[in-house]
Write a protein of this length. Structure first.
Length: 186
């Protein structure tokens, strides 16, 4: 794809870029009440006993790597083993995903959906990437804005960073990363 224009690459790549919706069955909140604590009022949820509802708790992007439904994404997108993961290929095409593998060192996960004839991207050899090479970042920004494309260059190779999960405060050292200046949303 090196000699293709940004428009040509976007047209080829976007159909295989998917949204991952993370949801979980949580107690149904029917309102809130105020509870005095330390001289202040704290808002507390009013929960109906035994009632649960599916609640979206997160999301991310990924891409399909085979016609029969194998998907690659970041491990941090699918890290909750108790959550449900729905893959949205198009607004009318949704599938439940099964997590096959999570790699915390490389922040990569492999998912599988039960589908056929999906658009997909072939993986290339990341060892052939060069410093200064043009790159595109393609995803579904914030889980809402489909087919978001930004351009940049490879700013660095074989980077190491310490990443911390904001919820669990668990830290992981990620290695072998490709740094880019292309705009990427959280």
């Amino acid at each position: 794809m090196q000699n293709l224009s940004i428009v040509e690459v976007a047209k080829k790549v976007c159909p295989a870029v998917i949204t991952i919706v993370v949801s979980k069955d949580l107690p149904k909140v029917e309102g809130f009440y105020m509870l005095p604590f330390g001289g202040e009022n704290v808002m507390m949820p009013k929960v109906k006993n035994g009632k649960k509802e599916a609640v979206k708790i997160g999301g991310g992007s990924g891409f399909i790597i085979s016609q029969d439904g194998f998907i690659l994404t970041s491990k941090h997108v699918v890290e909750d083993p108790e959550a449900d993961y729905t893959i949205i290929v198009e607004p009318t095409q949704k599938y439940q995903a099964k997590i096959l593998a999570r790699d915390p060192i490389n922040d990569v996960a492999v998912l599988k959906v039960d589908a056929k004839n999906l658009p997909y991207l072939e993986l290339a050899d990341s060892n052939k990437i060069e410093l200064g090479q043009e790159v595109l970042a393609v995803g579904n920004a914030l889980g809402e804005f489909h087919d978001t494309v930004s351009a940049g260059i490879v700013s660095g190779l074989s980077r190491f960073i310490q990443a911390t999960n904001n919820f669990t405060k668990q830290a992981e050292r990620l290695r072998g990363l490709i740094q880019t200046d292309a705009a990427i949303n959280p």
